[in-house]
Design a protein around this ligand. Structure first.
Ligand code: FAD
Length: 495
């Protein structure tokens, strides 16, 4: 299944005249991939969190000769880069965090290559169709969507444009304005503030999209933002889409996304303490001190610098002394986190392929989307997975595990009626319930990027901040890895 849109798709589908999106700057971030040389004497550094951000920071600092200790709350590395291998049969697995990434994600590609983690390109079988299902009506999409089937009305011009044409018409003007390098650490919202003041739906409306077009462009996969596309800052969506459209090909990690953090962690094994949640962070002019739990007992560790590579949703529960600056503390307290539920359902056979379907669907049902997550794994069994965001995901939290599976089966049956006779078992992952993530990723309400962004990655004394939320690639592995490289450089150069 693939729902990402590459620059090539965008160009091909829209017959973009020059093929040159101004925001296409492939390779512009490649300086981040260069090897770091140690500046001055070796420093003692504590890294809190062994997700991809913490691991890449620890790796870069260790390579440069610094003395690094990583404290990780869980008994495994990788945080949100999580792959479930149980309770599935025949060696099948289901990613419940990252799925895939475009080829322009140079930090993800760099670490996969460095640690011999195999990548596989995503191929899109043009003979299979994906489904849009709205108000009970099923519309098939192959290379494009037949807008005459859509239950909402479009303007005559939108009918001619079709799905990809509408995407270009309504998104491209905003995407072109993202040409201000959105990856720079000192990126200022500046002239883009107007997009931060409106929601994504308001932005589409301001571009002239009809109500029917707005539904089409925000249903299912296209609406997986915050509490829905009417709640999220248009600037946050445009910045994300600008990065997404830069890609030409999409890749995934062969064997499961957890293989990448596991490979990085293996080389740092003696530097990582697992099962060691940090509960307090202190600093003064001389250094930093953390208090962490291990086997129910409090322990302390001291160092020259600290890298805080945990989500703000978790950081807001830690004791900090002395307090962070008001701007930083506000960002930590107010940055919202996206509720996501992924329910993976194993089926005896891939009946949807026999019907000429990918197994992917964008719907207005409370499960929102469905995808076939074992498309690149051998059959005959297969796993269909729902990917649900916002209030719909939170409602699942009120159900027991067996009720969640039953509910998902009932909903999936509305799109794939044959699932009931083929269903064998399922498992849910609700990211709000994960005490070490407390949500799937950060997002921004209208106005919040202007207010919070300048404080998110800013250094506080001897404490440096990493994680995808501190990078321009929010909710991408690339963002976590890029931020790990940035903080490693900050600490290396700190005097
Ligand atoms: C549903 C979903 C879909 C996604 N889809 C994609 C995708 O398709 N492609 C893509 O590239 N990316 C995707 N991502 C994003 C990607 O997973 C993240 O950007 C990345 O894994 C974040 O890494 P991180 O190191 O910043 O944070 P995390 O992975 O959250 O790591 C933080 C670490 O800190 C630990 N920790 C937390 N609190 C403490 C504490 N008090 N003490 C010690 N340790 C602590 C945690 O256990 C964790 O290991 C997705 C994520 C989710 C959840």
């Amino acid at each position: 299944m693939r729902y990402g849109v590459s620059r090539r798709d965008f160009i091909r589908m829209t017959a973009l005249a020059s093929g040159a999106l101004p925001l296409s700057r492939v390779g512009v971030f490649s300086q981040g991939g260069s090897k770091m040389k140690r500046t001055g004497a070796p420093k003692k550094v504590i890294v809190v969190g062994a997700g991809l951000a913490g691991l890449s920071a620890a790796y870069e600092l260790t390579e440069a000769g610094h003395d690094v200790s990583v404290l990780e709350a869980q008994m495994r590395p990788g945080g949100r880069a999580l792959t479930l291998r149980e309770p599935f049969s025949d060696g099948l697995y289901a990613n419940v965090g990252p799925i895939h990434f475009p080829d322009t994600h140079n930090f993800t590609v760099k670490y996969a290559k460095l640690f011999n983690v195999p990548l596989e390109p995503e191929t899109w079988n043009p003979d299979l169709a994906s489904i849009h299902q709205i108000r009970g009506k099923r519309i098939l999409m192959r290379n494009g969507l037949d807008t005459s089937d859509w239950p909402d009305s479009f303007t005559p011009e939108e009918k001619k444009l079709g799905f990809w044409g509408m995407l270009e018409r309504y998104l491209k003007p905003g995407l072109d304005e993202m040409a201000v390098n959105p990856a720079a650490p000192d990126w200022h919202v500046g002239s883009l503030k107007k997009y931060d003041e409106m929601s994504y739906v308001d932005f589409l409306r301001a571009q002239g999209a009809s109500p029917g077009a707005i539904i089409l462009l925000t249903i299912g996969w296209w609406g997986l933002w915050g509490d829905g596309p009417a709640t999220v800052s248009a600037l946050a969506v445009l910045r994300d889409k600008a990065h997404e459209f830069e890609g030409n090909e999409w890749y995934r990690i062969k064997g499961g996304n957890d293989l990448l953090p596991k490979a990085i962690a293996q080389g740092l094994s003696d530097k990582i303490r697992y099962g060691a949640p940090v509960v307090r962070i202190e600093q003064n002019d001389e250094g930093v001190r953390v208090v962490f739990l291990q086997s129910g007992t409090h322990h302390t560790l001291e160092a020259n610098y600290l890298i805080c590579a945990i989500p703000f949703s978790v950081l807001r529960g830690l004791e900090i002394s002395p307090s962070f600056s008001p701007g930083k503390q506000r960002a930590i307290d107010e940055l919202p986190y996206f509720s996501v539920a992924r329910v993976s359902m194993q089926c005896r056979k891939r009946f949807w392929v026999e019907q000429g379907l990918h197994g992917s669907a964008s719907t207005d049902l409370p499960i929102q989307t469905i995808s076939h997550v074992t498309a690149y794994q051998p059959g005959p069994r297969g796993i269909l997975q729902s990917y649900t965001g916002g209030p719909d995901a939170r409602r699942l939290m009120e159900l027991s595990e067996s009720e969640r599976i039953r509910f998902t089966l009932e909903q999936m049956e509305k799109v794939f009626p044959e699932i009931r006779e083929n269903f064998e078992g399922g498992v849910s992952k609700l990211w709000d319930e994960d005490p070490w993530a407390r949500g799937a990723s950060s997002w921004y309400r209208p106005g919040q990027m202007t207010e919070l962004w300048p404080h998110i990655a800013r250094v506080e004394g001897r404490i440096h901040f990493a994680g995808d939320h501190t990078s321009a690639w929010i909710r991408w592995m690339q963002g976590a890895l890029e931020s790990g490289n940035r903080v490693a450089r900050e600490v290396n150069e700190a005097v």
